[in-house]
Ligand binder design. Sequence first.
Ligand code: ACO
Length: 320
Amino acid sequence: MRRSIVEGIGHYLPQRVVENSEFEDKLDTNDAWIRSRTGIERRHFAAKGETTSDMGTKAAFAAIENAGLSPDDIDAIILATSTADLTFPSAATMVQNGLGMQHGFAFDVQAVCAGFVYALATANSMIASGQANRVLVIGAETFSNLMDWSDRGTCVLFGDGAGAMVLAAQDDPSSSRGVLAINLRSDGRYKDILFVDGGVSKDTTGHLRMQGKEVFRHAVEKLSNTALDALEQAELTTADVDWIIPHQANKRILEGMAKRLKVPMERVIMTVHDHGNTSAASIPLAMSTASSQGRLKKGDVVVTGAIGGGLAWGTAVIRW
Ligand code: ACO
């Protein structure tokens, strides 16, 4: 059976680091509240003029280098984002241009914070069907552009950045590596608990609006359920899992999920303290960070899941 394996991973974070204390002057908030309610200590914000595709291109180069390849080896680019540079063309084609690629094809996927899992699922299907052999899967976001800076319940939560993965076909029947299962879900009944109140059909870009408590409740329940469904599809159990790499929204969501799955926190990769919530970029950022720390090794069973606006959610099980 043709499987997709992870060949390389990389990331890029903008230079500007914003500590929680920076919000204290402008808002009725403080470092202790943000840390205790979210686990977030700092986040990176893009520089003025630094775009989603700029960051995606840098992450893409890092992943291609990590795989020991060149852009010539990539067949396709699938980029997950809700904050593309322009309404069109896609940020993916901008990354394609940034990589100097004049072959193959590139497009964006929009599933908000679940975007990377959806992009991975799309790449995996294209590889399985033979449409592509090597796909660059990117999550890149500039959520700082969507913040209402007077809303302390949202603007302290998010950050900017990009992560990228090289996913490639392998036909070796003796290898057990690769994407083992993917579970995707969405339910549009919940569109009003997390959304941006602007867009092309409106007259502004808009700001992110969220019913935090409601989102929190859905996140813990749905992230655990989709992880269990994906594991069942892969004919594995939580006892087989080496690493859980969840979307980095809030430390307490990750703890709630780990508790429901009965997985110790030592097996959960956590980067939310340093990155904040970077939406579709958070999973590849966490993977790349864990990989560069030497924690993520070939053959490890990785369960990676996310939930975001829609609601849209999902999980991939990967033997790294
Ligand atoms: N600093 C100080 N106080 C704050 C802040 C802040 N930054 N934000 C909210 N508060 C206040 C509220 O105004 C409220 O005050 P009040 O009681 O006087 O009205 C009080 O803290 C409690 O507010 P709650 O919203 O009930 O606080 P909660 O403990 O639920 O924490 C939070 C809020 C952190 C947003 C939480 O609901 C949460 O993490 N939800 C998940 C949302 C999330 O992570 N979304 C990311 C996008 S979706 C995703 O990626 C999964």
